[in-house]
Design a protein around this ligand. Sequence first.
Ligand SMILES: *[C@@H]1O[C@H](CO)[C@@H](O)[C@H](O)[C@H]1NC(C)=O
Ligand SMILES: *[C@@H]1O[C@H](CO)[C@@H](O)[C@H](O)[C@H]1NC(C)=O
Ligand SMILES: *[C@@H]1O[C@H](CO)[C@@H](O)[C@H](O)[C@H]1NC(C)=O
Ligand SMILES: *[C@@H]1O[C@H](CO)[C@@H](O)[C@H](O)[C@H]1NC(C)=O
Ligand SMILES: *[C@@H]1O[C@H](CO)[C@@H](O)[C@H](O)[C@H]1NC(C)=O
Ligand SMILES: *[C@@H]1O[C@H](CO)[C@@H](O)[C@H](O)[C@H]1NC(C)=O
Length: 477
Amino acid sequence: MKFSVIDKLFLLNALVARVTATPTSSSSLISVSVNPKAQFQEVDGFGASQAFQRAEDIFGKYGLPAVNQSLVLDLLYNKEVGAGFTILRNGIGSSNTSDSNFMNSIEPTNPGGPNAKPDYVWDRYNSGQFPLAQQAYARGLQTLYADAWSAPGYMKTNDDENNGGYLCGVTNESCASGDWMQAYANYLVQYARFYKESGVDVTHLGFLNEPQFAATYAGMLSNGTQAADFIRLLAKTIKKSGLDLKINCCDGIGWDDQEAMMAGLEAGPDPAINYLDVVTGHGYDSAPTYPLSTNKKTWLTEWADLTGDFTPYTFYNNGGPGEGLTWANHIQVALRDAGVSGFLYWIGAENSTTNSGLINLINNEVIPSKRFWAFAQFSKFVRPGARRIAAVSSHANVTVSSFENKDGRIATQLLNQGNSNVEVKVQITGLKSGASIKPYLTNNDNDLEPLASIAVAKGGSFQAEIPAWSMVTYLAV
Ligand SMILES: *[C@@H]1O[C@H](CO)[C@@H](O)[C@H](O)[C@H]1NC(C)=O
Ligand SMILES: *[C@@H]1O[C@H](CO)[C@@H](O)[C@H](O)[C@H]1NC(C)=O
Ligand SMILES: *[C@@H]1O[C@H](CO)[C@@H](O)[C@H](O)[C@H]1NC(C)=O
Ligand SMILES: *[C@@H]1O[C@H](CO)[C@@H](O)[C@H](O)[C@H]1NC(C)=O
Ligand SMILES: *[C@@H]1O[C@H](CO)[C@@H](O)[C@H](O)[C@H]1NC(C)=O
Ligand SMILES: *[C@@H]1O[C@H](CO)[C@@H](O)[C@H](O)[C@H]1NC(C)=O
């Protein structure tokens, strides 16, 4: 059965009764223990991108009534209504046009050389990303990561924003037109300046996307040494600009590819890593299952199911690559085993019938996928500044992660990745008896469904049933 989003969000109390009344088929009690005294990484948040004109999809490029444009924005960024995403990844465009899905550049034409005066243009639109950032900040966004997939073609060895090529001037890559590194650094800072002057803060700057891969679309190659060359220069340029901008690098195509760049970032008498705020990697070729070799924060900045069957309504069927539980598990593993501080899907919302976004916009309809609700189960309750805390489960099919928010609220995520309902006893050290636990359930039948509160028993524990193939977040308030 399908309900409209509005129904799902506001009118599902009736289902709660049904879910809680489901008889248990479990035999033994599973124990989960959480220890807030053992603290790990700080969380910056969750999110996605609306690059390559996906922001325009939200603003009705293919027709979406105003009421549903607001609904999408609320689902993404308003934590009372939806996921409350706090990180947005913008694409800094390198195209000389905004046809099709291109992201137009702020310097679409070659000024004639790296030392010539650049002819910057600013349309306050930025392929829809500027008004999107305004709307997102108005709803609670905290972090705007502006990332260039490529420098404009004329700054590159292949004279093309597409098909790989290197930035002219990095180690072992030179061009007849000269060294464009400083011009590229000025250009990225100018992008942030345009935003700032128009009232929107870019917080983090990036200059690469999947630099191992020569894509047919915008992209640029780099290894760790070459990225390091540019980071040192970008840091100086930012300092001179007076803007408050952090640097991210390098959005490697897979976690292993990003790991392979670390040596270059850490090498030399003036290691580039010292100028970075966040090391960023994607999940495509290899998943974030271990910590990168750095003591900097790390974010998984892009990953998606680009190949599976279209499964917007499936939390669990057979563990397929686009299913909700698959993504709940990816997020949990990245937070727990890779120690990431941020986790971003590829696209937030787009006009498509694929799994590459979290919300599908089809005709005038807004269809949040089960992946979206899996993200919301984390993002709504694990807020920026939260710390991951120690959490273990006695059963392999019931996996756990837990976080202590800055306001002291503890959010614990349990995934039942098995085919039977289970009964769990959750012990949270230091929790007072009589405290109240608010559970929220997502599975094939429920989307972030609030269940009846549970009172904490003596000794700081509570007991609950989790249906098969389900995720529950327990918020201790
Ligand atoms: C615009 O960019 C495309 C693709 O990089 C290139 O082929 C074309 O020559 C450029 N056009 C102009 C007018 O610079
Ligand atoms: C790369 O450049 C370094 C000096 O910057 C030089 O020693 C080395 O031979 C070059 N390697 C290649 C493959 O061109
Ligand atoms: C990056 O590539 C350059 C040019 O081929 C090479 O000199 C350098 O050693 C490479 N760096 C790493 C860390 O592999
Ligand atoms: C985009 O939306 C339009 C209008 O709703 C629809 O006809 C079209 O099929 C959609 N495109 C994709 C790729 O889903
Ligand atoms: C908005 O989206 C909802 C959910 O998909 C749909 O039921 C509704 O018809 C849409 N509203 C309009 C005005 O098209
Ligand atoms: C874990 O879940 C799988 C899949 O449902 C099931 O086959 C297996 O028996 C479960 N393991 C245990 C120990 O219950």
